[in-house]
Design a protein around this ligand. Structure first.
Ligand code: ADP
Ligand code: MG
Length: 260
């Protein structure tokens, strides 16, 4: 069992955090996600891969609540979150970042993260204090963790693309998630930026004991980090297993050779 290995590697028994059961999304007559099931266990790093158009972003949006499934169920820590609004799902411990960057481009890096803390934690009843007094230590600590402390005063929109994605990760972490979902976190990055982003994700997942589920179109990117990989093709899950199992799968090989 691939799951058993992954749980043992994470140092504990298998506790399901995210359970996706027979989920389908239909747009008119088109099945973008077709009867897909996937379980992600506590502190597991899991990836959904597939070529462009496979249904990854749709699948991601179903889990984060931005789209409603046509059929199927999604559970987070045992709670049914099928059809629940995104902000509510986020309050249950799910953080997320999107394929397109989602930062405040005119605010500094520091102000971006501080604003995210204010959104998620509020003012704690101190309505008359100035907003810039809140969460300064937390903001600094988080900037250090994501490797952006030296860019604290840089305006978000002027950061390099790779640094913008780091900042976006920081925004997601400010809600203190236990499960983090990332839609193509390395999309548009150079090979070096991709390498750094994957190492950063791996380190932060370890430090924060996160459960991680991310999508990726480039198969090679996920092999060094994911413990479990599901492969989508034309909306269907065609394979699931450890990186070695997925790499050896004849249908996966056929699809990826056909797209490169
Ligand atoms: N809102 C929508 N309405 C109709 N078709 C959509 C919609 N969103 C996505 N699709 C279609 O669903 C398929 C999967 O898209 P997507 O989930 O974005 O794939 P991926 O993220 O794997 O590239 C594509 O054919 C896309 O055109
Ligand atoms: Mg996508």
């Amino acid at each position: 069992m691939p799951d058993g290995h992954a749980c043992a590697a994470a140092g504990g028994e298998c506790v399901p955090v995210l359970e996706i059961v027979n989920v389908t999304k239909r747009f008119g007559g088109f099945l973008a996600v077709n009867d897909v099931s996937l379980t992600v266990n506590r502190q597991q790093i899991a990836a959904v891969i597939g070529p462009n158009g496979a249904g990854k972003s749709t699948f991601f949006n179903l889990i984060t609540g931005y789209l409603q499934p046509t059929a199927g169920h999604i559970r987070l820590n045992g709670h049914d979150i099928t059809g629940v609004a995104p902000h509510k799902i986020s309050s249950y411990g799910m953080g997320r970042s999107f394929q397109r960057t989602n930062i405040f481009p005119k605010l500094t890096v520091f102000d971006n993260i501080q604003a995210a803390f204010l959104v998620h934690r509020g003012r704690g009843g101190n309505f008359w204090s100035r907003a810039d007094r809140f969460y300064r230590d937390e903001t600094e600590a988080l900037l250090r963790q994501i490797g952006l402390l030296d860019q604290a005063d840089t305006v978000g929109g002027t950061l390099s693309y790779g640094n913008q994605k780091q900042l976006e990760l920081g925004l997601a972490l400010a809600s203190d998630p236990t499960l983090l979902l990332l839609d193509e976190p390395t999309a548009g990055m150079s090979a070096n930026e991709t390498h750094d982003a994957i190492r950063l994700l791996e380190r932060i997942a370890g430090e924060r004991e996160l459960t991680l589920l991310f999508t990726e179109h480039d198969m090679e990117v996920v092999f060094s980090i994911a413990q479990k990989i599901a492969v989508l093709h034309q909306g269907r899950k065609i394979a699931e297993g450890t990186p070695a199992e997925v790499r050896a799968d004849p249908e996966v090989r056929r699809i990826y050779l056909g797209h490169h």
